[in-house]
Ligand binder design. Structure first.
Ligand code: TYM
Length: 330
């Protein structure tokens, strides 16, 4: 089976609805047809100064959320990035193939430094580590939300460049980005994406929020004054976002939802969206409680996942080291 890979940063105590619909739901679907590797991007999380205890706790929580969302640890490898050293080993080789100007143009780094937020060298090299995460597994596809598109492009560029210079070595990956759920927007500011770093509490649905709070947040989501339930991202970003959320969770197409809601008000739309979100989240939260009550079991899943990942990763690392001319250790 072809391989896929994806990861999330352990930068918060819960994933949010954007992570869930933009990425996790697709991860679950894809593990049927692909040999899947899903990791906690703990090394990436170090690019922002964080309390060590937070990183530790959030790494377990993030892994548990993959499982609560439906990733099957028997079938797919779940592990921490820092447990598979080949990610950073490949990163160094790729860094030596990356132009300084090319890395400087990456928007994540540009945005942070433009805002005057002090950036470290780790943030500068973030996309190169991400490229290594993907290329070390020969991943054919990478299921992510729309905000990762630029990172996928530089990954493809680096793989192609490496192959052109050293001969066919790395698989050039395809992004797997689903149109309707690729960009879940902030409920209060629906022209910006739902984000753990920039959304307000009211604008963001955390998967571990109390269901009553979720209902309240959806009821007070910003819409517009024209009163018609219709999908039009530019003219009606708030209503369109609610339709996207409904559609991604209920599996009903946007067109069918528009017909279904014809002549109804925003109150009805919000009520149904709240219902579909809460009914997805309740079993998820129950599963999270179980998983978090047994950290030893979780750590053993992560250890098994890392061992499985390292088998693939070490073979790629050896191939790459040989290609660039490093003397094989004996
Ligand atoms: P992160 O941790 O910011 O986000 C995890 C996943 O959630 C998606 N996502 C969204 N999708 C739709 N709507 C939103 N509002 C929304 N917000 C977040 C993201 O696109 C992502 O798929 N750089 C990555 C982590 C990473 C990675 C990798 C991913 C490191 N190495 C290798 C794939 C492959 C990140 O910061 O994701």
């Amino acid at each position: 089976r072809p391989r896929i890979l994806s990861g999330m940063q352990p930068t918060s105590d819960s994933l949010h609805l954007g992570n869930y619909l933009g990425a996790l739901v697709n991860w679950v679907g894809l593990q049927e047809d692909f040999d899947a590797y899903y990791f906690v991007a703990d090394l990436h999380a170090l690019t922002v100064p964080t309390d060590p205890a937070d990183i530790t706790r959030r790494s377990r929580v993030t892994a548990a959320q993959y499982i609560a969302g439906g990733v099957d640890p028997e079938r797919s490898a779940i592990f921490c990035q820092s447990h598979v050293r080949e990610h950073t080993e490949l990163m160094w080789v790729l860094a030596c193939q990356t132009a300084f100007g090319e890395a400087s143009r990456m928007t994540q780094f540009k945005d942070k430094t433009a805002k005057g937020l002090g950036a470290n060298v780790g943030l500068f090299t973030y996309p190169i580590l991400m490229a290594a995460d993907i290329l070390i597994y020969d991943a054919a596809r990478v299921p992510v939300g729309d905000d990762q598109r630029q990172h996928l492009e530089i990954t493809r560029d680096l793989a192609e460049r490496f192959n052109a210079r050293f001969g066919d070595t790395l698989v050039v990956p395809e992004p797997h980005i689903l149109k309707e759920s690729a960009r879940i927007m902030d409920l209060q500011e629906p022209t910006g994406k739902m984000s753990k770093s920039s959304s307000s509490d009211k604008g963001l649905i955390s998967l571990l929020d109390d269901p009553k709070r979720i209902v309240k947040k959806i009821r007070s989501a910003v819409t517009d004054v024209d009163g018609e339930i219709r999908y039009d991202v530019d003219a009606k970003p708030g209503v369109s976002n609610l339709l996207s959320i409904h559609s991604a969770l209920s599996g009903t197409s946007i067109a069918d939802l528009e017909t279904h809601f014809a002549g109804q008000g925003y109150g009805a739309l919000k009520q149904e969206v709240a219902d579909v979100v809460v009914s997805a989240i309740e079993p998820y939260q129950r599963r999270m409680d179980e998983l978090m009550s047994d950290p030893a079991e979780l750590d053993s899943i992560l250890a098994k996942g890392a061992a499985r990942a390292a088998e693939v990763a070490s073979a790629t690392r050896d191939r790459v080291y040989e290609r660039v001319g490093l003397l094989a250790p004996r």
